[in-house]
Design a protein around this ligand. Structure first.
Ligand code: SF4
Length: 207
């Protein structure tokens, strides 16, 4: 592993709290619903929508039986509600059929609407297994820091998995994501306040 990658990892690791949770609901099924709902929405709105859904349909069996219209009406505020209703219902049907939530990326991503990012969120946050979570914040930060050669999410996923030790994936996913939300923002990164400014190759372009 490159020395610079280790330095970035260590600095982010020290700067941010040990426990970082963007979706705070801990029930595994509800967590996955909330992650599905968070696509193109805020985490807060996703959790509000999930709560409304949970109040009306408290378990996978009741969601599996519900109509897409009923589910959609409860989650409309999270946006893209038709697609999200389909994904949540598909997930519920799989859980009912199997009697549990699948635990591998391969099985999870076979469920319509669950992509690699959502599957890795589940691995990292709920199963406590190594995973790389590439969302818009993470992709932006690692690209600006020169840890990846592109901000194409699929390639970022492959490059980070290759260049970092597996034991570092989950922690880097959370710290780089938080750094992107707080400091290395999309439009106006706060480079003067950034702990990585002395080693960041993008620093000059934001002066
Ligand atoms: S120096 Fe600026 S561009 Fe580089 S990581 Fe920090 S905030 Fe982002």
């Amino acid at each position: 592993m490159e020395k610079k990658s280790i330095e970035i990892f260590n600095k982010l690791n020290e700067a941010y709290p040990e426990k970082i949770e963007f979706i705070t609901v801990r029930d595994p099924f509800r967590f996955l619903c909330a992650v599905i709902l968070s696509a193109s929405s805020t985490d807060r709105e996703a959790m509000r929508a999930e709560e409304r859904l949970h109040e009306r349909y408290p378990d996978p069996a009741s969601i599996a039986e519900a109509s897409l219209e009923e589910i959609g009406s409860l989650i409309r505020s999270a946006g893209l509600y038709r697609n999200k209703a389909r994904s949540i219902k598909s997930l519920a049907m799989v859980v009912v059929e199997k009697g549990c939530i699948p635990e591998s990326i391969e099985e999870l991503t076979r469920i319509p609407g669950i992509g690699v990012k959502t599957a890795n969120c589940y691995l990292v946050d709920i199963l406590r297994r190594p995973g790389v979570i590439v969302d818009t914040h993470f992709a932006r930060v690692v690209y600006r820091l020169g840890l990846t050669t592109t901000n194409d999410r699929d390639k970022v996923y492959a490059e980070i998995r290759k260049s970092f030790d597996e034991t570092m994936w989950s922690r880097l996913s959370m710290t780089a994501n938080l750094h992107g939300r707080l400091i290395c923002k999309a439009r106006s990164p706060e480079c003067d306040a950034c702990l990585l400014s002395s080693i960041c190759p993008s620093r000059a372009s934001f002066s």
